[in-house]
Design a protein around this ligand. Structure first.
Ligand SMILES: NC(=O)c1ccc[n+]([C@@H]2O[C@H](COP(=O)([O-])OP(=O)(O)OC[C@H]3O[C@@H](n4cnc5c(N)ncnc54)[C@H](OP(=O)(O)O)[C@@H]3O)[C@@H](O)[C@H]2O)c1
Length: 332
């Protein structure tokens, strides 16, 4: 396993974060414990959960599975369950710590933005959680770049803890974050933890065009997966064949593609079996050359182009490409 620094945290974290959304759902307590034990044995030290996963069971099972591991050797992230007003944030983290049976988490995340957010109240409450020793770091999930920047401007003006991480969906099919969020993370030295790196299992090759649906796979009941399958079926076939030709599992190729983006700290790999944990830990062994990376990227026609900044043939500047350049500006 490779390790990487997580902005603002002293523990080097594994390149792969274990996603525990299926704990309490597809995975009962015993299987959840076995998955965590295997992950620890193979070098994973970072775990992602949320209060809303299986109504708290994911936190409970994860906490139980980690109970005998020295606390300073693991990195645990969880997310706000309720609203983002002060009371909800403070109540929510206390309840999460109770379910996890931990004195603190390493990263506490706002799960998603809500209309009419009071950013000052939200950042003040997150700061309270840091000052109270309930979390080492705070962050957000699914925030557009401008919202994260506004929240951090408020925190900076008040001397409060800053959002240090944006947890976002990122995979070969969902690439919207390349436009603003990943470049912002590079400039501001924010962590990016990328969820859904396998597009809910679609990029593993288990669901292919014309193939009978595998009843055990989560994707069969997910409308997003069925839509992507109809939109990107031919691309998926090319991708899966390419991986097999290279002797790599498609799941590992898909996750390595996410991990190798220089703005990404860790892909969060969701698992529901021991084989999937074993597959996940080998992702960092997959090395793509620039040419291979481009080849894989080009298999899916998913590049996001912004309105109003189109590239005109023959003009000197290619603004869409310029804007997603990860080194457009630097800060010391
Ligand atoms: N912040 C947020 O808003 C947010 C949202 C969603 C998820 N997350 C986090 O991100 C994690 C990952 O998300 P995700 O589970 O939706 O996406 P994912 O990692 O793209 O997909 C995981 C699914 O892919 C299948 N899979 C995994 N490894 C495989 C392998 N080697 N071979 C074949 N199939 C494999 C499994 O499906 P089966 O179970 O069907 O076998 C697994 O449940 C979650 O656990 C959670 O911690 C965060």
């Amino acid at each position: 396993m490779q390790y990487v620094s997580f902005p603002g945290h002293p523990l080097p974290v594994s390149r792969i974060c274990l996603g525990t959304m299926m704990f309490g759902d597809k995975c009962d307590a015993a299987l959840s414990e076995a998955l965590v034990a295997k992950a620890l044995e193979l070098g994973i030290n970072a775990f992602d959960t949320a209060a809303m996963y299986s109504a708290g069971a994911s936190e409970q099972y994860l906490g139980r599975a980690l109970r005998s591991v020295p606390r300073d050797q693991i990195f645990v992230a969880t997310k706000v369950a309720k609203g983002i007003d002060r009371r909800s944030i403070i109540e929510s983290i206390d309840e999460s710590l109770g379910r996890l049976q931990m004195a603190y988490v390493d990263l506490y995340l706002i799960h998603w933005p809500v209309p009419g957010m009071n950013l000052t109240e939200m950042m003040g409450a997150l700061n309270e959680a840091v000052v109270g020793g309930k979390t080492r770091l705070v962050g957000c999930c699914n925030f557009p770049a401008y919202l994260l920047a506004s929240a951090n401007a408020i925190a900076a003006a008040n001397g409060w803890a800053l959002l240090r991480c944006n947890q976002v969906a990122y995979n070969l099919i969902e690439r919207g974050v390349e436009v603003e969020i990943l470049p912002q993370a590079r400039l501001e030295k924010l962590a990016i933890t990328a969820y859904r790196p396998l597009a809910i299992g679609l990029l593993t090759g288990r669901l292919m065009p014309g193939m009978p649906m595998e009843s055990a796979a989560r994707g069969t009941t997910d409308s997003r997966v069925l839509t992507w399958l109809s939109q990107h079926g031919r691309s998926l076939e090319r991708f899966v064949a390419y991986a097999h030709n290279k002797g790599i599992e498609p799941a590992q190729l898909a996750a390595a593609w996410v991990m190798e983006n220089p703005a990404v700290t860790q892909p969060i790999l969701g698992v529901s079996s021991l084989t999937q944990v074993e597959s996940a830990v080998r992702v960092p062994e997959v090395q793509l050359t620039d040419a291979e990376r481009q080849e894989v990227t080009d298999m899916f026609q998913t590049e996001v182009t912004e309105e109003g900044l189109q590239r005109f043939p023959g003009t000197k500047y290619n603004f869409p490409r310029l804007r997603r350049n990860l080194s457009l500006a630097v800060k010391e």
